[in-house]
Design a protein around this ligand. Structure first.
Ligand SMILES: Cc1cc2nc3c(=O)[nH]c(=O)nc-3n(C[C@H](O)[C@H](O)[C@H](O)COP(=O)(O)O)c2cc1C
Length: 242
């Protein structure tokens, strides 16, 4: 197995959004697979793994997806693109997967942990991810947590919209792990939200319920692909200590 020897700080500091790739180099496809394997180790809400990753590798598919990414240069010159997809419609499968893990006799969970997790995946998760009808169920859940929350700390984000945010948070964490992993192997990326999600979903054969989180372009970066120096707010402006 290939290991990454680049120090973490160097990877983070050298990652930049790449707007033009070198199309003359031969490209090592295996780094995308390895980076996706690392991305899948990212923390994700309740280990539901409501994500999918579509590798766009053929010339024809790349041309089409780049066009749906509004013909941005980063997409047109990429060696490969990866579409990060949120799958709220895979909830049942994820719950079952987690229950199977909990019920696996070879799992080394403590008995008390196991019972708690069984209840969590058989009761709490179905409730949180339950389908909504005209936001009525969301309203009821919101009312319920507001009442409980008057007496003790309570998770407040229980509506249908919150559910989407929860899933997208986890997919975005995987996207970040992916970009840092690609950088660690000596290649570059650019995350995109400038795309036509409807066209991409249709092209990939995704159902209506699936949502595109990000498209990430991958390739060997160029100097002109970095558009401006990396500038961020001063530390004290955004970091508060309490
Ligand atoms: C969710 C998200 C969407 C983005 N969408 C685009 C995009 O459509 N096109 C683009 O050129 N850059 C896009 N970017 C890249 C940002 O512009 C870039 O990260 C930011 O300017 C900071 O630059 P840096 O990544 O080089 O540090 C996106 C970044 C994120 C996180």
């Amino acid at each position: 197995m290939t290991t990454i020897n680049t120090p973490f700080e160097e990877i983070v500091r050298s990652r930049r959004s790449m707007r033009r790739y070198d199309q003359t180099i031969s490209y090592d496809k295996s780094i995308v697979k390895k980076s996706l394997e690392l991305a899948m180790l990212s923390p994700n809400s309740s280990n539901m793994q409501l994500w999918e990753f579509y590798r766009v590798t053929s010339d024809e598919a790349k041309k089409n997806i780049a066009h749906f990414c509004l013909d941005q240069n980063t997409a047109k010159t990429a060696s490969e693109l990866v579409v990060f997809v949120a799958r709220p419609d895979h909830v049942k499968r994820s719950i079952q997967h987690n229950l199977d893990l909990v019920n696996d006799e070879n799992s080394f969970e403590k008995k008390s942990h196991r019972e708690r997790r069984r209840t969590y995946y058989s009761k709490t998760m179905p409730m949180f991810y339950s389908n909504d009808f005209m936001f009525i169920f969301s309203l009821l859940k919101k009312l319920f947590v507001t009442l409980i929350g008057m007496k003790k700390p309570m998770v407040r984000e229980v509506t249908a919209i919150n559910k989407k945010v929860t899933i997208h948070k986890s997919v975005a964490l995987a996207a970040q792990t992916f970009m840092l992993a690609v950088k660690s192997y000596g290649y570059d990326t650019c995350p995109l939200e400038g795309f036509d999600s409807k066209r991409i979903k249709k092209y990939l054969g995704l159902p209506k319920a699936a949502e595109i989180n990000m498209v990430i372009t991958v390739g060997k970066g160029t100097e002109e692909g970095i558009w401006y120096p990396q500038k961020r707010y001063d530390y004290d402006m955004v970091v508060k200590e309490v």
